[in-house]
Design a protein around this ligand. Structure first.
Ligand SMILES: Nc1nc2c(ncn2[C@@H]2O[C@H](COP(=O)(O)OP(=O)(O)OP(=O)(O)O)[C@@H](O)[C@H]2O)c(=O)[nH]1
Ligand SMILES: [Mg+2]
Length: 376
């Protein structure tokens, strides 16, 4: 089951979360199996009183994070009102496996009260989501009891959501909860009294001598939510997983009649041939000349009737292809096929040194043969 959920199987994911939520030996076993392969996610806690707009904010945060390409898992503990946003309702359906977007997964969990405690189940659910490749996990809790303080220990950043109209109630917030909050959110800033709550929060903090960041938001419109994400990120920047690296230029493939004749120029520039080898199945002799992170690849045919040999006969010496390094090569191959990109390979192939690649036809790239490679 853990293998399946790591491979992206949503049913396995839902099942695993149920198991860890139930607790017991199996929960321990699942959590342990997950821990050995899970990559730690960026964990955000969102807490605050019932109806403060936490789910509405989480909905908006998920939208923004998704737009950046993040995969987001949400665990909502004891929500007293359902997620309101259309996207979240949609995602609830997705979460049950009805449609194909696997970038968001939302799960509501019941707290087992003060005695049972919420943290073992939540910790397990976070680990399961991490195993399934969710790089960001948001945990929503209703800020009423011990649970929030326990959850705050599981996450990197805890945002405490407050609203206008709370007025003096700010002072009645449990000290532990205020303590656990890394930043404050004044949501429903469209309503009367936002200034007052903000002043209350600031006043309260002067007692402790520390002013934590405060962000105003309007969950229903999304105003202030990108600022909120920046503030969350700034609390502990290192917790944020590195963005997926964009594609880089791997090498330029140049078709030549003679490597001996062509390499001199590049060597005058200061590059040195790093590898010189014959790739038998492509009937080509290859010389690699490093240029920073990229390389020039000189390609000399070993027989005339070969891909490079025919290219030379038809077009003469010159740029043969541009190779771009990407990740998730198989996904990209499938996505491009589906999108009608004209491919010049019928499958992902494995080249020298174990790197994997496929070619995209010049008809789809502005006139140059493009090789997409993924390094082992
Ligand atoms: N005026 C206004 N209403 C908001 C704002 N954000 C949320 N709401 C509304 O407040 C109500 C409660 O929002 P939720 O997001 O469900 O609140 P919650 O904190 O998740 O509630 P629980 O999970 O039940 O604790 C909904 O009717 C929202 O539309 C806001 O910024 N301004
Ligand atoms: Mg909620």
């Amino acid at each position: 089951m853990v293998e399946r959920l790591a491979a992206g199987d949503l049913r396995a994911l839902a099942r695993a979360i149920s198991l860890v939520e139930e607790g017991g030996n199996l929960a321990v076993e699942v959590t342990r199996a997950c821990r050995s392969i899970a990559k730690r996610s960026w964990r955000i806690g969102v807490t605050g009183s019932a109806g403060a707009g936490k789910s509405t904010l989480v909905d908006q945060m998920v939208r923004l994070l998704r737009a950046r390409g993040d995969r987001v898992g949400v665990v909502a503990i004891d929500p007293s009102s359902p997620f309101t946003g259309g996207a979240l309702l949609g995602d609830r359906i997705r979460m049950q496996g009805f449609t194909g977007d696997e970038g968001v997964f939302i799960r509501s969990m019941a707290s087992r009260g003060e005695l049972g405690g919420v943290s073992p189940g939540v910790a397990g659910a976070i680990t399961v989501l991490e195993t399934a490749g969710f790089g960001t996990v948001i945990v929503e809790t209703v800020g009423v009891g011990q649970d929030e303080v326990a959850v705050s220990r599981l996450v990197d950043v805890t945002a405490l959501v407050l609203t206008p109209g709370m007025g003096d109630d700010v002072q009645s917030l449990k000290a532990g909860l205020m303590e656990a909050a890394n930043l404050f959110v004044v949501n429903k800033a469209d309503l009367e009294g936002a200034d007052r709550v903000e002043a209350e929060i600031r006043a309260m903090q002067t007692l402790t001598g520390e002013q934590r960041p405060l962000v105003r938001t309007v969950g229903t419109s999304g105003a202030g939510v990108s600022e909120l994400l920046v503030a969350i990120e700034n609390v502990q920047p290192a917790a944020r997983p590195p963005r997926e690296a964009g594609p880089t230029l791997d090498h330029l493939g140049v078709a030549v009649r003679s490597i001996e004749a062509a390499r001199g120029f590049y060597e005058i520039l200061g590059s040195r041939v790093s590898t010189l080898e014959t790739v038998a199945h492509e009937q080509v002799l290859v010389a690699m000349l490093p240029f920073g992170e990229s390389r020039i690849e000189l390609l000399q045919p070993t027989v005339e009737d070969s891909v490079i040999g025919r290219f030379l006969a038809k077009r003469g010496e010159g740029l043969h292809h541009v190779a771009l390094r990407v990740d998730r090569l198989d996904e990209r191959f499938a996505a491009m096929q589906a999108a009608g990109v004209r491919l010049a390979s019928d499958a992902v192939r494995v080249g020298a040194g174990g790197h994997r690649y496929f070619f995209v036809h010049p008809a789809s790239t502005g006139g140059v043969l493009v090789e997409l490679v993924e390094r082992a």
